[in-house]
Design a binder for this molecule. Structure first.
Ligand code: TXA
Ligand code: MG
Length: 338
């Protein structure tokens, strides 16, 4: 049991956290997407502490975070030309690339796979933590396995209090949903997890972007998938969420006739709830706002004890696809199309 410290950002607090990392410990690390739970990616014992703190299944691989391109050749055996172009266009930033790993990356980190997900975050604190420790950092989202990802230090504290020594508090994450995860095939990019870097932006780099089936479909437990994280239950608040795929007017009339007064409505804007009797929570007028607010709102539903929730359906393009992908899992794939 740790006494978990929450530290404001300064060079000295980041150096303190870097010393913990070098000593084989885990640290709550801000990034531009969500908070991560970071440890030395090259040390299987340190990485084992991440899995333990999160209660994460061992076969779900971790993303390795670097601060500069010079770290990459030590970690992977090949960098396809499309990957180089993606790095130039989107790094540092919310993009993870799956590449063939070198032996230096332990199987504990890669979840037993011979590939590794690599990302160069843009958040200054994350970059300094990597630089001050001088190590590539394995970091999954810093939530308990199955809970919504943390976008504030308080979310990390709620899930990890007593389980880790320290959290660096850098305020709210700007993006709010986890990085886009891609793999490279012969002449195409396969989108395994949508994020802030959209399929549309990726197709400017490579014409052929394949959106993996798992992005918007439930994956059966016994199926071997390209990205193991897709098969696990995710982002699940206690409330039973149903997504209503419709325009505003149809959503309003559906809720007026089907929702009870105890139900909660997840709307784009407060104005959409005018005249409805249910409790309304707005999660954003644009896809970017929805991405930034989604996980905070999912945690809020638990705090207010929501039992049944009806949610407006995000756009399925651009960043909206990332919001839809996360909300679908939070709703256990329950969608009513009107
Ligand atoms: O934005 C992010 O990516 C955040 C921050 C902290 O950087 N991290 C994050 O990590 O979301 P995590 O562990 O919660 O999600 C990693 C996802 C999982 O779905 C995992 O299955 C997939 O990336 N992944 C990691 N390595 C992989 C690999 N070698 N092959 C296929 N999928 C991989
Ligand atoms: Mg996660």
């Amino acid at each position: 049991m740790y006494k978990t410290k929450v530290l404001d950002i300064s060079d000295s607090s980041i150096r303190f956290a870097a010393e913990l990392i070098k000593a084989g410990e885990t640290v709550g690390m801000p990034t531009e997407t969500v908070y991560g739970l970071a440890a030395n990616a090259l040390d299987p014992q340190a990485v084992a502490k991440i899995f333990k703190a999160k209660g994460r299944p061992q076969d779900n691989p971790l993303i390795v975070h670097i601060s500069g391109m010079k770290m990459l050749p030590d970690l992977v055996t090949d960098i396809p030309s499309t990957a180089k172009k993606c790095a130039e266009a989107f790094w540092p930033g919310p993009l993870t690339m799956i590449l063939p790993k070198k032996e230096i990356i332990p199987l504990t980190t890669s979840g037993g796979l011979d590939t590794v997900g690599i990302r160069m975050p843009s958040n200054e604190t994350a970059r300094k933590l990597i630089d001050f420790s001088g190590l590539p950092l394995a970091a999954p989202s810093a939530n308990l396995s199955g809970s919504p990802s943390p976008t504030k230090a308080s979310h990390v504290f709620n899930d990890m209090n007593g389980r880790i020594p320290c959290i660096l508090d850098d305020g709210s994450c700007a993006v709010g949903v986890e990085s886009t995860v891609i793999a490279f095939e012969e002449n195409s990019i396969r989108l395994l997890r949508p994020g802030f870097i959209s399929a549309e932006e990726l197709s400017d780099i490579c014409e052929n972007v394949i959106i993996d089936k798992g992005v918007i479909e439930a994956v059966a437990q016994d199926v071997k998938v390209a990205s193991p994280g897709m098969k696990y239950k995710h982002y699940a608040p206690k409330a039973d969420i149903t997504i209503i795929d419709s325009g505003t007017a149809a959503f309003r009339s559906y809720c007026a006739s089907h929702a009870s007064d105890d139900d909660v409505l997840m709307l784009f804007t407060e104005a959409e709830g005018t005249g409805l009797t249910q409790r309304c929570i707005a999660y954003g007028a644009t896809s970017e706002e929805q991405a930034a607010n989604l996980f905070d709102v999912l945690r809020e539903l638990d705090i207010i004890g929501a039992k049944k929730v009806y949610a407006r359906c995000p756009a399925k393009t651009g960043v909206g696809l990332a919001v839809y992908n996360r909300l679908l899992r939070a709703a256990a794939f329950k969608v009513i199309k009107l």
